[in-house]
Design a binder for this molecule. Structure first.
Ligand SMILES: Cc1cc2nc3c(=O)[nH]c(=O)nc-3n(C[C@H](O)[C@H](O)[C@H](O)COP(=O)(O)O)c2cc1C
Length: 204
């Protein structure tokens, strides 16, 4: 059965982003492992945790709890990330998650030429976001995660599901969300029909 890692960076109660993510997960099927970032004791790297991480990684010892998220990412078949559009980007919880999963030797490695290649098995990342206004540029949200997937994790396909204008005065929120669900139908049908041929890393 497909093993889906769901990284939930939604913060508000009754989050519209989470609502759309639930639609995506229902359509994908498979076994879902959720990391609800708000409920996790997840912290930015410090001098002490960075030192510990480097010394364990140098020994190829990834058993420590600090590598739990990276281990989950490395073995997932599909990555689903839900994150509202905050401050032209996403909640900082997601950045802290990225910091904790970009682990040399576990989720990526460096080739002889110094170029990173991925060690994750997932073929696709689906990013779900909603915005109060308009997403000025994908660059700091979806685009950033897309780059992480391509450059570090070796996840070749990425899809973005987004709903915008939800907090604009007079917005028909139900209609915007209904339209986003149609987008999910269209995009996921396309995604699922793709045959993913992929090696374990970008060098293959
Ligand atoms: C802390 C914070 C920052 C936000 N920053 C932006 C922003 O930069 N641009 C924008 O259009 N909306 C912004 N919004 C509005 C959210 O994008 C919008 O309400 C979104 O639908 C929230 O998703 P949710 O319902 O999943 O919580 C922000 C909301 C919050 C709480």
């Amino acid at each position: 059965m497909m093993n889906i890692l769901f990284v939930n960076a939604c913060v508000r109660q009754n989050s519209r982003t989470k609502h759309l993510a639930d639609e995506v997960l229902a359509r994908l099927g498979g076994e879902v492992t959720e990391i609800d970032l708000q409920q996790e004791a997840i912290h930015p790297l410090t001098a002490a945790t960075l030192k510990k991480r480097d010394s364990l990684a140098a020994k190829n010892d990834f058993e420590d709890e600090m590598f739990r998220y990276a281990r989950l990412l490395a073995k997932a078949d599909k990555l689903v990330i839900a994150a509202p559009y905050w401050d032209l980007s996403f909640p900082s919880l997601l950045k802290v998650f990225i910091e904790s999963v970009n682990v040399v030797g576990l989720t990526f490695a460096y080739g002889e030429n110094g170029v990173p290649y991925g060690l994750c098995r997932a073929d696709e990342m689906i990013y779900i976001t909603t915005a109060g206004g308009h997403i000025v540029s994908d660059e700091f949200g979806y685009g950033y995660l897309q780059r992480q997937c391509e450059m570090f994790y070796g996840i070749p396909h990425t899809t973005c599901i987004k709903a915008e204008g939800l907090d604009v005065v007079g917005a028909d929120v139900d209609q915007i969300l209904a339209d986003a669900k149609k987008e999910i139908d269209i995009k996921l049908n396309g995604t699922l029909s793709k045959i993913h041929h992929k090696g374990r890393n970008n060098n293959e």
